[in-house]
Design a protein around this ligand. Structure first.
Ligand code: SAM
Length: 233
């Protein structure tokens, strides 16, 4: 299967296993992952954020219920919301989720903005789990004809060592543990040398959701995102 499908499947497998109730997808783009996640009954609140409001508006109506959705009794729980906003900025409505996903997003940020992202996501939103995927530059020699980065909007592409060092720092600063893995296999015999095509970090908050209550109170009032879409099933 295509790599983007494998990345989404990774999230779906995680959701099936851990059954999060509140899921937030950062850099949700055209809502492809959200459309897949809305079929998972355990989820009660499904939220997408992207800086590009035009892109969100183009595809967001595909999140609306289709008539047969109402034949599924457990759907009365689901609420879907989309916000236009930047992951470098805080918004109190997005705190305390069970799972935050960030699929192929951070490499579109400057390194200074990656620092803000870390602070916002791990330090302020404080979800129970975070899944971050980004290209693995160690794998790039396996991509035929690639010169430079995989996409012209990428500000960087990290090696496994660079990703690990960012992930370890985040864990240490904000109280998480991480498991490093990936999706997209290398050609036979090369996996050990180059790793996965996309590298993935699965972070869990130490002490689970309880840590959420420890955050300072005045942070509660920040609303920097614009609600573009909201629907209750
Ligand atoms: N997550 C999508 C997926 O799994 O198919 C693909 C993500 S796409 C490669 C990167 C997305 O990040 C774009 O939709 C872009 O608009 C968004 N983005 C870039 N900078 C952002 C920021 N500072 N805050 C929020 N979204 C941002």
């Amino acid at each position: 299967p295509a790599l983007h499908r494998q990345r989404h499947q990774f999230i779906i497998d995680f959701v099936k296993m851990k059954k999060p109730k509140k899921v937030l997808d950062l850099g949700c783009s055209e809502c492809v992952l959200l459309k897949k996640l809305k079929f998972h009954r355990e989820i009660e609140l499904l939220v997408g954020v992207d800086i590009d409001g035009v892109q969100l508006k183009r595809k967001m109506h595909g999140l609306a219920p289709i008539s047969t959705d109402y034949l599924q009794p457990s759907y009365d729980q689901l609420c879907i919301e989309l916000y236009q906003g930047s992951v470098t900025q805080k918004d109190a409505r997005l705190r305390g989720f069970d799972l935050v996903t960030s699929i192929e997003l951070i490499e579109h940020l400057t390194l200074a903005d990656v620092e803000l992202f870390s602070e916002v996501v791990f330090g302020y939103l404080t979800p129970g789990a975070v899944i971050v995927s980004t290209p693995n530059s160690d794998f790039n020699p396996c991509l035929p004809g690639l010169v430079g980065f995989r996409h012209r909007d990428h500000k960087f592409e990290w090696s496994r060592a660079e990703f690990k060092s960012w992930a370890m720092k985040v864990c240490w600063q904000y109280g998480y543990v991480v498991e490093l893995t990936g999706v997209g296999q290398a050609p036979p015999g090369q996996q050990e040398h180059v790793g996965f095509c996309s590298q993935v970090g699965v972070f869990h908050r130490l002490g689970g959701q309880e840590g959420y209550n420890m955050i300072d109170e005045d942070a509660e009032d920040v609303f920097s995102y614009t609600l573009l879409y909201s629907i209750n099933y």
